[in-house]
Write a protein that binds this ligand. Structure first.
Ligand code: ADP
Ligand code: MG
Length: 298
């Protein structure tokens, strides 16, 4: 091939992408499907110290995801910053990265969502007489305006991927997308029993979880008393590491690892070696191809 000829073609020169294109690419990496938006919004509500979170989802989340919390809210002047990329209230300096106590800190989630959907934020901080509202449609921001709303924050995402029909078409059925949403809901609900949480799909209540003190009560509310009755509570430590939670009795197994919930410092994780360790602990007690149920916190 004649490289000299190639290098003179305009199409082969290096160009900087416009911030708009950069944001769109980044957005696609953060928000893959409705469940990723739900995960980000739930984390934000928890970081805002909410005690109650209500989630409404329509059509698996493709048409609507709405998360309403009673957390500390945002100042009206901060709303445009909330949807700007690399804008966060959670860290300021590079060294803060080593002491992050919140679930989020990259300041990317709302910016990404605003780029790929119709986003509406309503928020009111304690002590403020009125709330503020901001709408961003596929990256186009309207001015902030006052609105009446309760203390806390309501975030509504409509028509996810409306600007990218191919991506929208790649979404699975409403039932499948909703099952991903429900899975994220379950993980957060297990990690935060003291949080009252409601999940509705197309107006139907799927979970309505009261705040509770004990993980056992949360597990029962999510999975039923039949499962909760067959749990064995465990506790142990190794050096600085502590482990506690519950495992299912050997009679309570599943055909996949989906019944295994592992949390590290309050975050859901999936980890091969921990899954393997759990399997080893049950070796000889469960049949090959069956997996124990577990709710373990490290
Ligand atoms: P990050 O969580 O990484 O900071 P996000 O894009 O998720 O980035 O959110 C940007 C900022 O918007 C947060 O740092 C926070 O200050 C504010 N914010 C977002 N959601 C909420 C909420 N539900 N309640 C209060 N503040 C919020
Ligand atoms: Mg966040």
């Amino acid at each position: 091939m004649d490289t000299m000829a190639l290098s003179t073609e305009v199409g082969h020169r290096i160009r900087r992408l416009s911030p708009r294109v950069v944001n769109k690419i980044a957005a696609g990496e953060v928000i893959e499907r409705p469940a990723s938006a739900v995960k980000e919004l739930l984390e934000n509500s928890i970081d805002a110290l909410a005690t109650r979170i209500e989630i409404d989802v329509e059509n698996g989340g493709a048409d609507l995801v709405r998360v309403v919390d009673d957390g500390e809210g945002m100042h009206a002047d901060d709303l445009p910053l909330a949807v700007a990329s690399h804008a966060t209230s959670k860290i300021a300096e590079a060294e803060d990265l080593f002491a992050v106590k919140t679930l989020g800190f990259r300041g990317e989630a709302l910016a990404s969502i605003a780029e790929v959907a119709r986003l509406r934020i309503r928020s009111r901080q304690a002590g403020q007489t009125a709330g503020a509202e901001l709408e961003v449609t596929l990256g186009d921001m309207q001015p902030v305006r006052p609105c009446g709303c309760p203390e806390g924050t309501s975030i509504e995402i409509r028509d996810l991927f409306a600007g990218t029909p191919v991506r929208r078409k790649f979404l699975k059925s409403s039932a499948t997308e909703f099952s991903y949403v429900a899975e994220h809901f379950t993980r957060v609900a297990l990690a935060h029993p003291r949080l009252a949480m409601t999940l509705r799909h197309n107006g139907k209540v799927i979970h309505d979880l009261p705040a509770c003190d004990r993980l056992a009560d949360r597990i029962e509310a999510l999975f039923g008393s039949e499962l909760a009755r067959q749990l064995i509570w465990v506790e142990g430590s190794h050096g600085e590491a502590k482990l506690w939670g519950a495992v299912g009795s050997p009679a309570l197994t599943k055909p996949t690892r989906k019944g295994q919930y592992l949390f590290l410092n309050g975050r859901f994780i999936q980890d091969r070696s921990l899954q393997h360790a759990l399997g080893e602990a049950f070796r000889g007690l469960v049949m090959v191809g069956r997996y124990p149920v577990a709710f373990l916190f490290i």
